[in-house]
Design a protein around this ligand. Structure first.
Ligand SMILES: [Zn+2]
Ligand SMILES: [Zn+2]
Ligand SMILES: [Zn+2]
Ligand SMILES: [Zn+2]
Length: 181
């Protein structure tokens, strides 16, 4: 048994070293990934189909177990997901100047969001939401955070509280920034 395990690991190691896809062992990996484009696409398609089936069956879209009432995930996956999002948000706030509003200094994390400095944030979020699962919905905020992380925190964003973010979107400038007379 031990020998078999070691053989698997060494073959995996050899593939990684040679830049060969660890799934099929044939094609070259996509730079920075451990699989070839073909296997990445195949895996993505397979997991999308699985999630779609779970969505239709009304079970947790992540693991296929019984859903928590009112959610698309089970309690365990909800907890994992929330922890993951909290971590991602922390990394994002760190990357964009700290966990406080760049306008008013609000530092209650629950009130903080990420603002597209040049505007267009909402449109971008809608696009992301659509590309991810074909519809607009409440996952938009979350998928936007994950997108920022996946893209190594691109410049052009800042941390704002919901109030300042909303005011900027509605009036073009937050009332906090209006020159005092
Ligand atoms: Zn492959
Ligand atoms: Zn689950
Ligand atoms: Zn603010
Ligand atoms: Zn403000």
């Amino acid at each position: 048994m031990a020998r078999k395990g070691r053989a698997t690991i060494s073959r995996y190691g050899e593939r990684v070293k040679a830049g060969i896809c660890y799934t099929c062992g044939k094609r070259k990996v996509v730079p920075g990934k451990r699989r070839c484009q073909h296997c990445i696409d195949a895996a993505r398609k397979k997991s999308a189909e699985k999630r779609e089936a779970w969505r239709e069956q009304g079970v947790c879209v992540h693991c296929g177990k019984k859903r928590q009432a009112g959610f698309v995930r089970c309690q365990k996956c909800l907890d994992t997901h929330r922890r993951h999002i909290v971590n991602v948000k922390t990394a994002i706030f760190d990357a964009y100047g700290g966990a406080w509003c760049a306008c008013c200094g609000e530092d209650t994390r629950e009130f903080l969001t990420v603002d597209h400095i040049d505007g267009g944030g909402l449109r971008h979020r809608r696009e992301l939401a659509r590309t991810r699962d074909g519809r607009e919905g409440q996952i938009a905020g979350t998928s936007f955070y994950l997108w920022l992380k996946r893209n190594n925190f691109p410049p052009g964003y800042q941390v704002l509280c919901w109030n300042c973010n909303f005011a900027k979107g509605a009036f073009g400038i937050c009332p906090h920034q209006r020159p005092k007379t």
